[in-house]
Design a protein around this ligand. Structure first.
Ligand code: 2U9
Length: 343
């Protein structure tokens, strides 16, 4: 016991004479004496070697030692607090601060926000839905026949644990859920990520982003569809943009049409993007198929509607000349930095 008391006296002198002028020296004191492997802990461990009849007295001595060290630590902290000035540390507070790198919005977010705000002005409201869907909302309700190639494992990601779930291949499933729960008039815009089982390359990816729109009411006509989409491209690309509609086919719309705009890259003079035609396809559209309306109990004799869908990456490519789809998801700041200042 006496040996331990002598040791403690030695440590006490050491603690008492400890001098610190900087914050890191106080931290060193804390680690050396009060840390998990510090002296106080170590000396406490000596208790097991003390005879039973001395344990009480020894416990008191050790406790006093601990309080002594803690008190010294508090004193050191307080003195340093007043000494640890700019002058003492040789700091010139008038120097300019460190610049923080301010991030930018992702180009796809910039484009999506701009697209949404244009459609908002026409009375379309944003609707969102799950990315993991069931067969009915993604395919069945959309009038896609049982044997349609889009349903194939080669094209669609199915969830292993439950093959009746899949990753949505378009955002049409969101409109389907809206039709399930709301009555016309319906005027929604559905931005979101969609998945397709594609090999990744500059021109294809296993996920991309879409914006789809749906407008159902009495007397909605193909003229409304054309004017809505014309208004959109004029607001997005500028008043000089030209449009043309080409007949097309989708199982969920009838009649259907694809819309081209005059090439924004070469001003229709001819380039690789427009394949020297002066026109680029930007979206698909059509009047909602009566079968799709009836699938949701909407009377197709009373109500009509139009729908459209476009890829946000495609619109972004034409606006900002992004020529490789992989750039959107590689997180390369050299790419992302180029959108600083775009609002
Ligand atoms: C409902 C009814 C109809 C949405 C539509 C398209 C045409 C279309 C493609 C454009 C490029 C997808 O991103 S893309 O590959 N989309 O061509 N989408 S009509 O029609 C609907 C949606 C929901 C209830």
């Amino acid at each position: 016991m006496q040996a331990i008391i002598d040791k403690i006296e030695g440590y006490k002198a050491e603690v008492k004479n400890f001098v610190a002028t900087k914050a890191d020296e106080v931290e060193n004191f804390r680690i050396q004496f009060l840390g998990t492997k510090g002296l106080v802990k170590t000396i406490m461990g000596e208790m097991k070697n003390v005879a039973n009849e001395d344990k009480k007295a020894m416990g008191q001595i050790l406790n006093e030692f601990k309080i002594f060290v803690e008190q010294k630590f508090d004193d050191l902290k307080n003195t340093i607090g007043s000494n640890d000035t700019a002058e003492a540390n040789n700091i010139d507070w008038s120097l300019p601060g460190t610049n923080f790198n301010v991030g930018t919005r992702h180009p796809l977010s910039l484009v999506r926000n701009k697209m949404v705000s244009i459609f908002n002005r026409l009375g379309f409201v944003v609707a969102e839905g799950p990315e993991v869907e069931d067969d009915w909302h993604n395919f069945g309700a959309m009038n896609l026949p049982e044997n349609h190639p889009a349903r194939d494992m080669q094209d669609t990601f199915y969830i292993n644990q439950n093959p009746s779930w899949l990753l949505r291949t378009h955002t049409s499933s969101v409109q389907a859920r809206i039709m399930e729960t709301q009555k016309p008039p319906i005027r929604v815009i559905c931005p979101g990520r969609v998945y397709r089982n594609e090999t990744i390359s500059a021109r294809a990816h296993c996920f991309f982003h879409q914006i789809e729109g749906l407008y159902i009411d009495e007397n909605v006509s193909f003229a409304d569809l054309k004017q809505t989409l014309y208004f959109f491209v004029q607001e997005f690309f500028g008043k000089d943009v030209k449009v043309r509609f080409r007949p097309s086919y989708f199982p969920f719309t009838e009649p259907s049409a694809e819309m081209d705009i005059s090439c924004q890259i070469c001003d229709s003079k001819g380039c690789n993007v427009c394949k020297h035609s002066g026109w680029v396809e930007i979206l698909g559209s059509g009047m909602v198929h009566p079968k799709v309306l009836e699938n949701f109990g909407i009377d197709s004799n009373k109500y009509t509607g139009f729908a459209f869908g476009m890829g946000i990456e495609r619109i972004c490519q034409l606006k900002y000349r992004v020529n490789d789809l992989r750039l959107y998801s590689q997180n390369d700041v050299r790419f992302l930095k180029q959108f600083t200042g775009v609002v």
